[in-house]
Design a protein around this ligand. Structure first.
Ligand code: XIL
Length: 324
């Protein structure tokens, strides 16, 4: 059965700037999160810079709170994320840059981290985004030069990350996850080739996920279903993991026409997932504009979620309901 999820806001620079942690302090937020969703993703709380800000000192509080809250409410949890170029702690990035951490040690650090984090939640987290955003957006995508894991340790580290995660929790479904891979094109082709390669090697890769941070600046990725289907045909699960639909916003907020178009896009994304047999998980990246990352990362845009800042439902919210 399809699981509909949301990101649990918290920890983001945009969130901490304006508000105390919404998950803890905003009752209306938490009530909706618990009542309306059957899955949650930590928006930031399981990223390395939050889990281990000082070397050797794990801060589990916010991540544990999400998992425990999910269990109380019968929600699945998506773990996010293990091998990524971004949001790593300073001790790690600076240690690599200065050469203080050599390759042997670096490899050990990643293995320990994956075993520690995945092992802690073994049996309680359903899906993990093991490798996040590993390809560039170039016409001929490459493994990201700014991904120091891959740069230092070679592309084989991707397979190892999956193997370590699988050993730490054999029940978890393990994903590749990225943005701008919703449509069939060079970047999703790169993932298709990688997935085939990993599967041929017997690597425990179980899923391919599209983030789906969509924007009116581009058109809707109409090949989404066909794209998910080709990964499904490889025997992989698929998922939509971070859907939001941003738009240019004027003073008075989004227009009726913008809200209608947004509803249509949310609906099309859900229909694409519903059309693919093993697209088992559909997650929106937060549900209210109140805590959205979008205005802080894509200047001049916003209104990307299915509820306004005061939690009033938008047409996109009702469109998802009607489609289910
Ligand atoms: C974003 C969060 O929403 C922000 O709070 C944070 O400041 C930056 O990261 N792709 C991902 C997510 O995989 O982890 C990102 O989340 C959005 C893009």
């Amino acid at each position: 059965d399809l699981v509909i999820g949301t990101a649990a806001a918290g920890g983001g620079h945009h969130v901490t700037a304006g508000y105390p942690d919404p998950f803890t302090y905003d009752r209306q937020y938490r009530r909706i999160l618990n009542a309306e969703f059957s899955s949650v993703s930590p928006e930031n709380q399981m990223k390395w810079e939050f889990l281990e800000p000082e070397r050797g000192q794990y801060n589990w509080g916010p991540a544990d709170a999400i998992v425990e809250n999910a269990e109380r409410n019968g929600q699945a949890v998506r773990g996010h994320t293990l091998l990524w170029h971004s949001q790593n702690p300073a001790w790690l990035t600076e240690g690599v840059a200065s050469g203080e951490i050599d390759d042997t040690e670096l490899r050990q650090i990643l293995e320990d981290h994956i075993r520690t984090v995945v092992g802690r939640y073994a049996g309680r987290i359903d899906q993990w985004d093991v490798a996040n955003e590993i390809f560039t957006d170039e016409a001929t995508p490459r493994l990201r030069p700014e991904n120091f894991w891959i740069q230092e340790l070679g592309p084989g580290i991707i397979a190892d990350a999956f193997r370590w995660a699988h050993e730490a929790d054999p029940q978890a479904t393990l994903f590749l996850n990225d943005y701008a891979v919703e449509h069939i094109g060079p970047k999703s082709d790169a993932y298709y080739a990688l997935a085939q390669d990993l599967l041929a090697q017997g690597v425990p890769l179980h899923g391919f996920a599209v983030q789906a941070h969509l924007s009116f600046e581009y058109s809707f990725p109409t090949s989404l279903q066909e794209n998910l289907q080709r990964f499904d045909d490889l025997g992989l699960e698929t998922a939509v993991t971070e859907l939001d639909v941003r738009m240019p916003v004027a003073e008075g907020g989004p227009t009726e026409a913008q809200l209608e178009q947004q509803a249509d896009w949310y609906q099309q994304a859900l229909e694409a997932c519903l059309g693919v047999e093993e697209c088992n998980s559909f997650t929106i990246w937060g549900f209210t504009d109140k805590y959205s990352w979008v205005p802080y990362f894509f200047e001049g845009t916003g209104a990307a979620n299915v509820m306004f800042e005061d939690y009033e439902r938008k047409p996109a919210y009702w469109a998802l309901h009607e489609t289910l």
